[in-house]
Design a protein around this ligand. Structure first.
Ligand code: COA
Length: 197
């Protein structure tokens, strides 16, 4: 398995140095501090409301992952700062175990430079290792960023709900050769070829 708890690799994007790694309980402080690096708009888009800090219970939920039904990747700055700057997570549906709900955050300073797309590509690979076949994203109708991010990856089904929009992506419909090439461009060390995914 590539995306085991010890998965951690350095990468560069637009001249910036980062690390991408499986999220672990050691990321508690990163997650709490990361909230302070998000604008009110980003917080509303991610949590569908306002939020000043996370409770201990929320931090437990965000960081104590079983790695199979709940898995997340985090990005940390690789230069001087070492701030946690992005997270993507998938939570398997209890009712439909081949489906997962996806949530993603990139701090405002690093948005629109490809980090979200890169993390989504990686999460597809991690999901295939975990027998997930379908991604579901629930977000506010005005959230153009996430809609664009999903539509760049594939052709989702769009479901309008009461106050939110849901987009559903079938992973088997994605162009996996293109996805693997994009990932290898950023992470040449990753061995996507021999893992069977
Ligand atoms: C949504 C989000 C994850 C996108 O991450 P990102 O790193 O900025 O995404 P990328 O840089 O990979 O951009 C992917 C595409 O979306 C576009 N995009 C990103 N943000 C956008 C925005 N606010 N409005 C319009 N397009 C946007 C990019 O331009 C790019 O398209 P392009 O290649 O045609 O130019 C990020 O904006 C975010 O964390 N927002 C706050 C939390 C949130 O909304 N989470 C989603 C709900 S769970």
């Amino acid at each position: 398995m590539i995306f085991a708890p010890e998965f951690r690799l350095p990468f560069r994007l637009r001249g910036n140095k980062f690390f991408v790694a499986s999220l672990t309980p050691a990321d508690r402080a990163h997650i709490q501090a990361g909230l302070k690096l998000m604008s009110q708009e980003s917080i509303r888009n991610r949590f569908m409301g306002s939020k000043k800090e996370f409770t201990e219970k929320e931090l437990d939920y965000f960081t104590s992952l079983d790695g199979w039904n709940h898995y997340a990747l985090g990005v940390e700055e690789g230069g001087g700062h070492h701030r946690g700057v992005a997270v993507i997570r998938m939570v398997r549906s209890e009712a439909r175990p081949t489906e997962a709900e996806i949530a993603i955050t990139v701090i405002d300073e690093y948005q629109k430079m490809g980090l979200g797309s890169f993390l989504l590509d990686l999460l597809v690979l991690a999901a295939l290792e975990r027998n997930i076949e379908q991604f579901s994203f629930t977000f506010l109708p005005q959230n153009e960023g996430i809609a664009r991010l999903i539509q760049k990856l594939g052709s989702p089904e769009l479901i309008r709900e009461h106050d939110t929009v849901r987009m559903v992506l079938l992973l088997r419909k994605l162009n996996m050769n293109k996805l693997r090439s994009r990932v290898r461009l950023v992470l040449p060390e990753i061995d996507t070829g021999h893992s069977g995914i």
